[in-house]
Ligand binder design. Structure first.
Ligand SMILES: [Zn+2]
Ligand SMILES: [Zn+2]
Length: 277
């Protein structure tokens, strides 16, 4: 079984998103030729076009929480997954604010779009889901959307976790002990902690607790991009002994016996996906 992550976006936070300094399109997970799209924020559609990925291949869409850098392309992604809404297929997963709305947050997906896939699941921390044959554990987060969660995917080559937006606490980090690959939203650089997010100093603490084989920074804000995300990752690697890299848009991570990083081919043409003709 293959398990591959294609990073459609590596930016996060309001300013990176508004200016698209980095794309904020989330991740495509490919396993045995099947695809899951996690957090399709702004840029997801553009990046899928650029790598010639047909969204009709997507079988599940997962949305962690109700902030636009995680969901705003989702309705179009759902239309792509369902052949323009003509065929009921695929599954949509989201937190309560994403799918139902709570207080002044969400819902982020219209009732019409929620009805396009075959199924729709609201998740909560503690849930264990079967998503297209992969066991996925849902974890607690501490974020300004209180329903946000993190994820651990059980692959045949170890656990791969996506923490999603959260503040650092020891309790939150401990949920990920045993994970092989830790995808860590690191929004700001050293000495620059902002509420409900993690900075490089938090990444050091997080990785010391989890001790993964590889940590990957995503959700990069404009200040860490300006400071140099690669040098911030190197600082964490030097401080923890954990291999740490800052992801780049369209980076591919293959999780097999070994972990390998490459880049998706990128095109700038008028490609039309097979499913639309
Ligand atoms: Zn975010
Ligand atoms: Zn958020």
């Amino acid at each position: 079984m293959t398990f591959r992550i294609i990073f459609l976006g590596t930016g996060g936070g309001r300013h990176t998103t508004a200016f698209q300094v980095r794309s904020t399109g989330g991740m495509l997970i490919e396993h045995d030729g099947r695809f899951i799209h996690v957090d399709p924020g702004p840029g997801a559609l553009t990046q899928m076009h650029r790598i010639h990925y047909d969204p009709a291949q997507t079988e599940s869409v997962i949305i962690s929480h109700s902030h636009p850098d995680h969901y705003s392309d989702a309705e179009s992604v759902i239309e792509g997954m369902t052949y323009g809404g003509w065929e009921k297929r695929g599954h949509l997963y989201g937190s309560p604010t994403v799918l139902e709305g709570a207080g002044n947050l969400g819902p982020c997906i219209s009732p019409y779009h929620r009805g396009l896939p075959e199924g729709c699941t609201v998740f909560m921390p503690g849930d264990v889901l079967d998503i297209d044959g992969i066991r996925v554990d849902i974890h607690k987060a501490k974020h300004s959307d209180p329903t946000n969660v993190g994820f651990t995917f059980h692959t045949p080559h170890g656990k791969v976790s996506y923490v999603s937006d959260t503040e650092f606490t020891e309790e939150i980090a401990r949920q990920y002990i045993g994970t092989r690959v830790l995808i860590l939203p690191t929004t700001t650089p050293r000495g620059n902690r902002i509420k409900y997010h993690m900075c490089t100093d938090d990444a050091v603490e997080f990785e010391r607790i989890v001790k993964p084989e590889l940590a990957v920074f995503v959700h990069l804000g404009v200040v860490i991009i300006r400071a140099g995300a690669d040098s911030e990752a190197k600082h964490v690697e030097d401080s923890t002994g954990v291999r740490t890299i800052a992801a780049r848009d369209r980076m591919i991570l293959d999780v097999g016996e070994s972990l390998s990083v490459s880049e998706a081919p990128c095109f700038d043409d008028e490609w039309i996906p097979p499913s639309s003709v």
